[in-house]
Every structure is written in structure tokens, then in C-alpha cells.
Design a protein. Sequence first.
Length: 415
Amino acid sequence: MNTSDLYTQHVLPTYGRFPLVPVRGAGCRLWDETGKSYLDFCTGIAVCSLGHCHPRLVEAIREQAGNLLHCSNLYQIPQQAELAEEINTHHVRLAGKIFFSNSGAEANDGLIKSARRFGHKRPQADGKPRFEVITFQQSFHGRTLGSMSATGQAKIQEGFDPLLPGFRYLPFNDTAAIEAGIRPETAAVLLEPIQGEGGVNMATPEFLRAVAAVCKKHDLLLLFDEVQAGFGRCGDSMAWRMISPEIQPDGISWAKGMGGGVPIGAFWLSDRVIDDSGTALSSLMGPGSHGSTYGGNPLVCAASLAVLKEIRQKELAAHALLMEVRIRETIRSWNLPVITAVRGSGLLLGIGLDPALIPTPEGKTAALVVVSKLMEHGLLTPPAGPNTFRLLPPLNVTEEEIDEALAIIKTALAS
Ligand SMILES: *Cc1c(COP(=O)(O)O)cnc(C)c1O
């Protein structure tokens, strides 16, 4: 039986999958079972930050797999401790502590649990705990019950109610709405500095600063979801630093690009003191408060350590910025009316399309039509919302590969 028939018979149909069966990857390239090669600007949705089968990553995985694949978090895992130090010292560069999960949704669940703990420690005037987390329309925080409830998109939640209570979705980049939107039960604000799945929408510096000021004024946690945007993808170690580098968040979540392809996520809590008795925020998640059997095991931590060191030592965040300039200048020079905007930062870019100029069959969005066309021409890209497709190449993509991808885009859109 071929792969497609096996899927139909045995795998839950939660994804509308393209008829593409990848079997091998190297760098920016992916090959399917028929031997056709693609330029991969999807990278497992911003996961393979070093491209496919990068030698440093492959070697780290090989070596660790031969020494010790897994052991319990009941014991001390040197790779996990070293990875936490690498992240704190070189990427976050603020005092705090990290919990390792297996995915972005789980990392966000950890932030939500931390906000609830904080709301117990710093309750309302009448002593009732605060619990509400404000998030934003068009956000995406994951598919677990908690992270789905945090997500400000009705289509993600359809048919799964009752949702986890304690979330309210405000309009993104609306300073007045956040300033007027705080209630006595509010404990935290969670946002993507650059929304990915929601269409690649960047927070403005004014908005991000207003959110930070509101958090300070009302004693709320400021939480950033950097699951897609973090670790160099947007042109700095962290995406919020591309917008307002002076801001110091209380919590951060990551996954996707930090593992380069192995399943790892994490959340970070600041060591900031939150009361008069000197309690650190990071101390609220003490022994017994949270856990994960797989989270931060030796294999995934050794892999992530190799990825993050390569990103830092080869200055791939700065390279992402250079490639962004190349992409923007080339697209501007085409003057194609079908492209309405290039949004985002570094190598998290959304190309906005004018749906009126793209013939779309019933039930298909302009983004899906273009993504399918690009695939035919040998370029893989993910959509983001109905009228945007994303460019998410590996952070070490070359100028030649960028030019090759742009040529494919130009040809496909011109037709
Ligand atoms: C992908 C994504 C998630 C969910 O991550 P999973 O690993 O799929 O659970 C959460 N937040 C953002 C911003 C994402 O892009």
C-alpha cells in the first residue's frame, strides 16, 4: 500500500496534507519519493533552523544516542543544565530559570500555569486569586486545551468548548484597548511579538511598550510566545529585541527552531522579585509544581545545544537580517500588483497576496493556491492565514538559494 492509502486507513485526518512524500533532506533541499527536489523554505514550519541534516547537529545526535538517550528528571542531566546556561547567558541575557518541554503548546501551558501561581501569590484586593491571561486576536499558542484556549482564533476552538476559562482576546496593536482592558482578576498578558500563524503581524514598538507599561502599572506578568520567532529567526536572539530591546519580559516560551528538528520546547521565568519578602517569580514553580517525563532529556538537549551554539557562533541572526534585505529589495523591484506587502522580520517573512488577482477554486484560499503552485515549481512554503504565504528558510540559507527561490516565486506569480 502506498503512503497516501496508509494515511487514509490508519491516521486521523487532522491535517489537509499535500500529496508530497519527503524521503531525504540536505541543507536547504528536500527530495520526495519520486526523486524530485525542492528548495525548502518551509523547514518543518521554522523548525530546521540549520537546514536538513546539518553535520554538527547530526554528529551531536549520533554521539548522544550512543552514550545515553534518556534518563529521568529525577536525576541531574548535564546536557539540560548546559543548555539552560547557553540560553540564559547568550540568548535571553536576563536572570531567570528554564523548564524544558517537548513542544510549543506545552511551553505555553507552562506559562499559563505560572501566571495562575502568580495570581495566587499576588491576589485581588479581596484575597481571591487572579487568574485571567489576556491574549490577542489572530494569535496562535498551540493545540492543547490550555494553549488552544489562549489562542485568539475561533476556527482553532470550534467544537471543543467549554474552553479553559480565564482568557480574553484583545485586538493586536491596539494600545487603547490594552490600556482600558485590565480587570481585577487579570494576572498576565501573553503575546507573540511577531504573530506567525495569524498572518505574520509584527507588534509595533508603541504597542509593545504600552503593554509593558500596563503590566508594570497593574502588577501583571508580561509573557512572550517566541515559539516560532525566537533564537535568531527574526534577526536577533529574541524577536522582541527587534521591536523594543529595552523591554524585560517575565516569561518566555520557545520550541520550533531551538531543536533544529528534535522535539524540544521550553519556558523561562524571570528571577525578578515580586513581593516585599523577596520572592523570585522563578521560585513559584517549585518541586512538584510541574513536570514532563521526556522534557529536556539528554538526546534533545544535546541536539538543541549544538543548534544554539551554531546559531550564535556563525552569527546566523545577523545573516537572517541580510537575507531579509535581499528578499525585500528583489520583491520591491518586481512591482507585482499581486504582492500587497512583505511583513515580518529576518527570515520570518509573510508575503501578502491580493486575492482578487488570484483565481481560487471553491473552498481554497489564495494562499493555498499560491503555495501549491510554488510546490509544482519546486519551492516549499507554508501559508499563514488566507492571503499570506511565509518564507521560513534555514537561517544559514545562501544568497544563491534565496535568489533561486525568488526566481521561482516571480515565475509562479507572473503566471
Ligand atoms: C507553532 C506554535 C506554537 C505551538 O507549538 P507546537 O510545538 O506545535 O505545540 C505556539 N506558539 C506559536 C507562536 C507557534 O508558532
